[in-house]
Design a protein around this ligand. Structure first.
Ligand code: ADP
Length: 267
């Protein structure tokens, strides 16, 4: 899984990751989906352990181009986890109240508490992505934000939050197919937005903004993973595997009960 991690040396090139890559399970989807099932069940156990032990917190950041699969990852990878144990925050265009504060204000208060998994569907990275692509603030302002974000995430990590950031990497052609399918399928039409077409015109600028963000903010303790995401089952599999491996790496254990329970009989 290390293969997909953006090393903190600033030399990562997005063009070198094939969005259609499928390294394992060439035999295909069905085997991949069986393995995904195992991983989702393991994730359920690990979340329970996280909660029971009450020592760690996990923040999962999801970013992608439009139709990149953020919703799909949330639905499939976390499908077996106890709904009480995982919360999703979707970051939209900031409200006027949010805009009246610094850009991390709305983000910090959504970070996970002890024992929690928090998923960010979009995140503070929008403030160096859409904001940069559309010049929503001057370059001198967004340019400083990479350092803020690194410092912010370092603080979260120092205080006990495990951070995983996923960029779901699709190709321009794949996006075209997915947007077209939204138009062509009646029950998907509600998902179609003319704004997505407008954003698609800025494809190259977004890719560049992502590449810079990935290079400048992938750190040892808050790494970015670039997930080949043209194939949905492979995307889910790789993401689930990274989550499971990371949580297993925390070596969590169930807490010892207080006192000796062995003599207790419930009548
Ligand atoms: P999604 O595409 O994630 O399913 P929406 O269609 O509601 O959800 O899109 C959310 C929109 O909010 C996106 O266009 C995104 O760029 C925008 N957005 C999120 N955060 C910010 C931000 N900090 N500044 C400007 N726009 C933002």
């Amino acid at each position: 899984m290390d293969r997909y991690r953006v090393k903190p040396n600033g030399e990562f090139r997005l063009a070198e990751v094939d969005p259609s890559e499928r390294l394992t399970h060439e035999e295909g989807k069905s085997l991949g989906n069986e393995y995904l099932e195992e991983l989702t069940l393991r994730l359920r156990e690990l979340q329970e352990l996280l909660y029971a032990q009450g020592k760690h917190r996990l923040l999962v950041v999801l970013q992608a181009m439009d139709s990149g699969g953020k919703d799909g990852v949330i639905r499939h990878v976390f499908r077996s986890v106890n709904p009480q144990g995982v919360k999703v925050t979707s970051f939209k265009v900031p409200s006027s109240r949010e805009r009246a504060h610094d850009y991390l204000w709305r983000v910090h208060r959504e970070t996970p508490a002890t024992g929690e998994i928090r998923i960010f569907n979009r995140s503070h990275y929008e403030d160096v992505l859409v904001v940069r692509v559309h010049d929503l603030v001057p370059a001198s302002v967004w340019e400083r934000r990479y350092d803020h974000i690194r410092d912010f995430e370092r603080m979260l990590a120092d205080e006990g939050t495990t951070i995983l950031k996923f960029f779901l990497h699709i190709s321009r052609e794949e996006q075209a197919e997915r947007l077209q399918s939204r138009l062509d399928t009646p029950h998907k039409r509600w998902k179609f937005s003319a704004a997505d077409l407008e954003e698609r015109k800025h494809w190259d600028a977004y890719q560049e903004a992502f590449e810079v963000a990935l290079n400048r903010t992938s750190t040892e303790r808050a790494p970015w993973y670039v997930i080949p995401a043209n194939s949905k089952w492979y995307r889910n599999l790789v993401t689930a595997r990274i989550l499971v491996e990371t949580l297993e790496g925390l070596e969590m254990t169930y807490p010892e009960p207080e006192g000796d329970l062995s003599g207790i009989r419930i009548e």
